[in-house]
Design a protein around this ligand. Structure first.
Ligand SMILES: Cc1cc2nc3c(=O)[nH]c(=O)nc-3n(C[C@H](O)[C@H](O)[C@H](O)COP(=O)(O)O)c2cc1C
Length: 210
């Protein structure tokens, strides 16, 4: 299959095969792809929780508009934003740059100071909004990687973030859940698998300016 065929094969799965598990190899591809996703300034303000625990997934269904995908999928990915993108967080990022690339402080200082000032001038909502955009980017990247790897998935906004946060004890870790994505394998009788894709015509969706 070429990449377009793989993207056509992908759909938002409504019914997963609860007996089929992702291999460690596939799971590792998702972990690496998550971490390789581009983020604004490279600050990676998104944390990925990977939940396999059956009982916990069942509990989360109630807080996911009763969407069974959350429990039946092999693993549930929960995308969380870091709510502590402060001077310390930014300094830690630059320490990593220094360690990996051996970049001297005098080269890093102007950008580091700029980011510390810039983020310091934003309120929590502004920083959260910025981080949430990064979470959507990560989700989009993983959707495509799943398709390329023949892993089924369902991108989901349909859940109660506050309930997830409570159940997963996220505020204590300065995290907030913003998106979820069950991953695994489609059930043989998921009727949505055969539905035709509904999309605008390319000529309507895209305008080329020559
Ligand atoms: C950000 C986002 C949130 C979504 N939330 C849900 C959801 O909560 N439940 C669900 O079944 N599908 C959800 N979807 C799936 C969309 O309905 C689906 O992608 C769209 O109808 C196109 O269909 P396709 O992905 O099967 O091609 C979501 C998709 C996106 C991108």
């Amino acid at each position: 299959m070429n990449i377009l065929d793989k993207l056509k094969w992908r759909y938002a799965v409504k019914k997963f095969d609860s007996e089929r598990k992702l291999s460690d190899e596939k799971l590792n591809i998702l972990k690496e792809a998550f971490n390789l996703t581009a983020t604004s300034y490279g600050l990676q303000p998104v944390k990925l929780l990977i939940i396999e625990n059956k009982q916990l997934k069942e509990e989360l269904v109630t807080h996911s508009w009763n969407q069974r995908q959350v429990a039946d999928a092999s693993h549930l990915l929960v995308f969380c934003i870091h709510r502590n993108v402060d001077a310390l967080y930014i300094k830690t990022y630059f320490e990593r740059v220094k360690h990996v690339r051996n970049t001297p402080d005098e080269i890093l200082d102007p950008f580091r100071n700029y980011l510390i000032d810039d983020f310091g001038s934003k309120d929590q909502q502004e920083v959260d909004d910025w981080a949430i955009k990064q979470a959507y980017l990560v989700l989009g990247n993983l959707l495509t990687v799943c398709a390329a790897e023949q892993i089924d998935s369902c991108p989901m906004e349909g859940f109660v973030s506050e309930k997830y946060d409570e159940l997963l004890d996220l505020p204590k870790k300065n995290l907030k859940s913003v998106l979820v994505m069950p991953v695994g394998y489609r059930a043989a009788d998921d009727m949505f698998a055969d539905f035709k894709k509904v999309r605008k015509e390319l000529s309507e969706a895209i305008e080329e300016i020559i």
